[in-house]
Design a protein around this ligand. Structure first.
Ligand code: 5GP
Ligand code: MG
Ligand code: MG
Length: 184
């Protein structure tokens, strides 16, 4: 009998492991070029950005610092309200620093909008946004990433950091769950 694994719960793969790894290499090289001679602070937004941050930064060849932020949007029902609660703040001062915000996905853009405003208020010297996925159909805030891995359709995706009920973050690819998994 075939082994039951989490892969059986995936309806389709949108972005393969190979595509992701190739892209991470490319993005790492771009960051190396853009930040040559600088000492940027890479900020990962927990928990979704963790695998992506790890993979792109290992392909950079500059000195940089890493820190993490954990935020949650106040839930106004099914959609985000734009009000963001800081669950874990940075340990590093951002004043005068060149920031690279690393995100898993931009949907409405409200989370990133809040973070960008916060870091501007804290007097960052520059802010760049790097996102693995972009879902432009969901956008309500005026936010554009500087570097985008892949554009995805308006579907709920999981894997490679992205969760459904805290599961599936450990998949090496991005996929869509079988319909019977939701609410199950
Ligand atoms: P935004 O503030 O841009 O609407 O949403 C940002 C956060 O919502 C993302 O960092 C992610 O945690 C979550 N999110 C948005 N779309 C998806 C999706 O398709 N799948 C998963 N797993 N999370 C999503
Ligand atoms: Mg996120
Ligand atoms: Mg989530």
């Amino acid at each position: 009998m075939a082994q039951e694994t989490i892969h059986n719960e995936i309806e389709k793969i949108l972005v393969s492991e190979e595509e992701i790894q190739k892209k991470c290499k490319e993005l790492g090289a771009i960051l190396t070029e853009e930040y040559e001679g600088k000492f940027p602070l890479a900020i990962g937004v927990l928990k979704g950005a963790l695998p992506f941050m790890s993979d792109i930064l290992r392909h950079t060849e500059i000195h940089l610092e890493m820190d993490f932020m954990d935020v949650s949007s106040y839930d106004g029902g099914t959609s985000s309200t734009g009000e963001v609660k800081i669950l874990k703040d940075l340990n590093t001062k951002v004043e005068g620093r060149d920031l690279i915000i690393v995100e898993d996905i931009i949907d409405s853009g409200l989370t990133l909008n809040y973070l960008v405003d916060l870091f501007k208020y804290r007097k960052a010297n520059s802010i760049k946004i790097v996102t693995l996925l972009d879902k432009p159909a969901g956008r309500t805030a005026d936010i554009t990433a500087d570097l985008i891995g892949f554009e995805v359709p308006d579907e709920f995706v999981v894997g490679y950091g992205l969760d459904y009920a805290e599961k599936y973050r450990n998949l090496s690819y991005i996929g869509v769950l079988k319909p019977e998994i939701y609410g199950g």
